[in-house]
Design a protein around this ligand. Structure first.
Ligand code: MLT
Length: 283
């Protein structure tokens, strides 16, 4: 189920679940949140509907994929050239590697920013979008200042400190109070990511462009999902994105925070399955 390939001298690692089917399966490409890895999609990879193939890459430097850059260094020049588009380019390389012309792209939070970048770079390869717990606007000056602080914390105290700061924001109050195993799992996954990947991602997050104008021109199937306890990209932002695209669907999941796919996997999968079954004609 885990595979990798070389692209531009780097290894790109991905999880691939492809239940044996008598005919070619359609692809869903899952793009993960910050500071996590493809493993966060396990609840979805464990329940692939018939006729579909679910593929989840570790974005550059996360999980088992090779890192790049050194954005955490004191040298501001090391940040030059880092862009959220890098993740989208790697995702396109993965589609090429799989021989897939296009895919339904499902991005959660940072994965959603990468999904916007994919639409910007190669709209024709995006059959449809699932935007979960994400937002189209760029960082505000206050958010950028927070990211600079996070870079300093990372340099001073390492990725574990960033994980400690992020985990309470990633999970909703219901999960924090009653889903101890999930809290530990997210803490472990965030804490084991490489500092270089986390630093480069922080720079990519804080320099991402405004994707609202792009979203308003998107004319393919769109499902927007948000946890009702998400304090980073909650229901109000989901409703704003939903209002941009004719025929878009919206699912607000109860008792879920920012990682709605992990916190309410059954409800998330039900919304995803319904979207895939009703909006796409299988080959
Ligand atoms: C994420 O979950 O990917 C991050 O919260 C995104 C962000 O901080 O903007």
């Amino acid at each position: 189920m885990r595979h990798d390939f070389e692209h531009e001298g780097r290894q790109i690692s991905y999880l691939d679940v492809h239940p044996s089917a008598p005919r070619p399966a359609s692809l869903v490409l899952f793009l993960h949140a910050f500071p996590l890895a493809a493993e966060m999609w396990e609840p979805q990879l464990a329940a692939v509907p018939a006729g579909w193939r679910f593929v989840a890459p570790d974005l550059r430097g996360f999980g088992h994929s090779s890192p790049d850059g050194d954005a955490g260094s004191a040298d501001p020049a090391a940040r030059n050239g880092l862009s959220i588009d890098d993740y989208a380019r790697d995702a396109l390389a993965l589609l090429d590697h799989l021989g897939a012309r296009s895919a339904v792209v499902c991005g959660l939070s940072m994965g959603g920013y990468a999904a916007f970048a994919l639409v910007r770079l190669a709209r024709e390869r995006v059959r449809g979008l699932v935007l979960a717990d994400t937002r189209p606007d760029p960082d505000s000056p206050a958010s950028r200042a927070g990211r600079e602080q996070m870079l300093q914390t990372l340099q001073r105290e390492g990725a574990g400190a960033v994980a400690e700061a992020m985990v309470p924001r990633l999970l909703g109050r219901t999960s924090a109070a009653s889903r101890g195993t999930l809290v530990e799992r997210v803490r472990r996954l965030a804490g084991e990511q490489s500092p270089a990947a986390v630093a480069a991602a922080i720079v990519r997050l804080m320099t991402r462009p405004d994707s609202l104008p792009l979203l308003s021109t998107f004319d393919r199937p769109l499902l927007v999902v948000a946890g009702d306890e998400d304090e980073i990209a909650g229901p109000d932002i989901a409703r704003q994105m939903h209002g941009q695209v004719d025929g878009a669907e919206l699912a607000v999941l109860g008792s879920a925070g920012h990682l709605s796919n992990m916190e309410q996997p059954a409800a998330f999968n039900a919304a995803l399955d319904r979207f895939l079954a009703t909006r796409f004609i299988q080959p």
